[in-house]
Write a protein that binds this ligand. Structure first.
Ligand SMILES: [Zn+2]
Length: 187
């Protein structure tokens, strides 16, 4: 191995995974799949997923696929996304198109107004991660809790006690944000 392995972002994981990948080559018949003999090998998760659909026999011989399988089955979801460059795939119509999707979607997607340069909403750009997070209790609650009026945040900041009354329903988002920031001050 070269010295540069230690400068990877997460050397404790990438060195182990690289060694696992190379051991697969040494002990089995797996290769780094190339569409043609002259093209570069495919390591990209999305392309390997498509390969499994189009040419399952070729996908079964890809060392990277075994490495990803080892990571996904041995790590919790957060670690897997962190160490595998975070591009989740549910199927060909629902996948993450950006590497930052897992982090962005963790703040819930339905209530988000993030828009990407290509015009996609967070749900469109990060379909797989959004499907994962939007099914959680926190995100479901967030999706049904919004502000009816544009001045909710300002009024709640000025007089938090408003949230004890009817305003709580009309300014649900502002009130819950105020409550969680007040709770964090108490910690
Ligand atoms: Zn290889």
């Amino acid at each position: 191995m070269c010295d540069s392995v230690w400068s990877a972002e997460y050397p404790h994981v990438s060195i182990g995974m690289t060694m696992f990948h190379e051991l697969m080559h040494m002990t089995t018949g797996v290769i780094d799949y190339k569409p043609t003999p002259r093209s570069p090998p495919i390591y990209d998760t999305n392309k390997l997923f498509k390969l499994a659909i189009d040419k399952p026999d070729a996908a079964r011989l890809s060392a990277k696929n075994y490495t990803l399988f080892a990571m996904e089955s041995g790590m919790n979801k957060d670690d897997f996304m962190k160490y595998s460059e975070g591009r989740s795939i549910i199927d060909m119509t629902c996948k993450d198109l950006s590497s930052g999707c897992y982090k962005l979607a963790s703040g819930c997607c339905k209530s988000s107004n993030i828009q990407f340069g290509n015009g996609n909403s967070l749900t469109e750009q990060c379909c797989a991660s959004c499907t994962h997070f939007d099914s959680t209790k926190t995100c479901k609650k967030k999706a049904t809790c919004s502000n009816k009026y544009s001045n909710c945040a300002r009024e709640v900041q000025r007089n938090p006690r408003l949230c004890n009354f009817r305003v709580k329903k009309d300014c649900c988002k502002a009130c819950s944000e105020y409550n969680s920031s007040a709770a964090s001050l108490l910690l």
